[in-house]
Design a protein around this ligand. Structure first.
Ligand SMILES: *Cc1c(COP(=O)(O)O)cnc(C)c1O
Length: 362
């Protein structure tokens, strides 16, 4: 069991996932009494002054932590990152135009499907030939595309772009599973979007960070609910925003700032990844499932070479208070998601179990 008494379990869940323990505590307090108001965060108006301050703070902290240019804007919307797959062609694809996409897994595949429905998608590269176990490189992005879209971290298969592509057209990225995990040059992107439930907060809100100058260029008339410019013009309050998720996002962003921002978080994530992959590589019983140079710092995936040993291994990590390392149902094996809030201590606990298991079965 974890030594942090507030932490009951080592939670490697892929999303929704672990958040800082102090965020859970503050969120729980606010459900009963929001900032000493005598009211629950769940019952206050989104138009009340205290919540307007929460919204403003959350939007500003996103930009501050990522070092975004001053004119970029942030909104938080419902619908998940999957709604983002739809919003992207709505806001960026001209009639008769197309989006350029790299296909690195399930989430990219879904994004491509939405673009095809909206008009057109050109898949400029794909790693489907090897079950999405690597990141395609050296591809060309056509300059006649309306935009270029990719997924920075492949949550299910466990690969990650270590270097971002350079694009001749507005670059858009689904960063749902590695947002705030490492530095990003925001100015290189027209739009970055991310579901909150992996590195930012609970499920229920999706962040959109964009250069407003890249919007409104399609000549299309959009539904106001699909129109990012409309949401930004209304300060992310065109309709009732996901009040509680946004509050928890604010708490999580404040935590990130307090511990030293993205630089410190990236350092911690690198240490976790080094320990985890080092263990996978050292123990002949285990095998990583992705190309080494493309390994995700967020979602290491691995298998036991002898699948018959799985029940014994499963019993052992469960006994150690570890949760959520079974691989995605479409992949099998194991996936130890190590989002920002997961402490190194939890990775130590898992790797110790792996070492012990290898000793017994080696
Ligand atoms: C989880 C995830 C999604 C889907 O998010 P929803 O909020 O469930 O729509 C999309 N993209 C990536 C990279 C993800 O990890």
């Amino acid at each position: 069991m974890p030594t942090d008494t507030k932490m009951k379990v080592h939670n490697f869940s892929a999303g929704p996932c672990i958040l800082p323990q102090e965020v859970f505590q503050k969120a729980a307090d606010a459900v009963l009494d929001f900032e000493g108001s005598g009211l629950s965060i769940l019952e206050i108006s989104h138009r009340s002054k205290p919540f307007e301050a929460v919204m403003l703070k959350s939007r500003e902290l996103v930009k501050e932590l990522l070092g975004a240019p001053a004119h970029y804007q942030t909104v938080f919307l419902g619908g998940g990152a999957s709604m983002g797959f739809h919003l992207v062609p709505q806001n960026y694809m001209k009639p008769g135009g197309k989006g350029a996409y790299v296909n690195t897994g399930e989430w990219s595949t879904r994004a491509i499907k939405e673009a095809k429905l909206a008009g057109g998608a050109e898949v400029v590269a794909s790693s489907e030939d090897k079950n999405f176990s690597y990141i395609p490189k050296g591809f060309t992005i056509p300059s006649d595309a309306d935009y270029f879209h990719f997924t920075s971290n492949n949550t299910i298969f466990g690969t990650q772009f270590k270097q971002f592509p350079e694009s001749p057209v507005p670059m858009i990225c689904d960063m749902s599973s590695d947002i705030f995990s490492r530095p990003v040059n925001v100015k290189d992107f027209a739009l970055i979007y991310a579901g909150a439930q992996k590195n930012m907060g609970p499920a229920g809100a999706t962040m959109y960070l964009f250069d407003p100058a890249t919007l409104g260029k399609t000549g299309k008339k959009l539904s106001p609910m699909m129109d990012l410019a409309n949401h930004a013009a209304k300060d992310s309050m065109y309709n009732t925003p996901p009040v509680f998720p946004i509050y928890v996002i604010m708490l999580t962003l404040e935590w990130m700032k307090r511990i030293g921002g993205i630089a410190e978080i990236a350092k911690r994530n690198a240490a976790k990844a080094e320990l985890m992959y080092g263990t996978i590589d050292r123990l002949p019983l285990f095998n990583g499932t992705t190309a080494k140079e493309d390994r995700s710092d967020m979602n290491p995936t691995f298998v036991l070479n002898d699948a018959a040993l799985e029940p014994a291994f499963d019993a052992m990590w469960k006994e150690a208070g570890i949760n959520g390392i079974r691989g995605h149902r479409s992949v099998g094996g194991y996936r130890a998601s190590m989002y920002n809030a997961l402490p190194l201590e939890s990775v130590k606990a898992l790797t110790e179990v792996m070492e012990e298991f290898a000793k017994k079965n080696g």
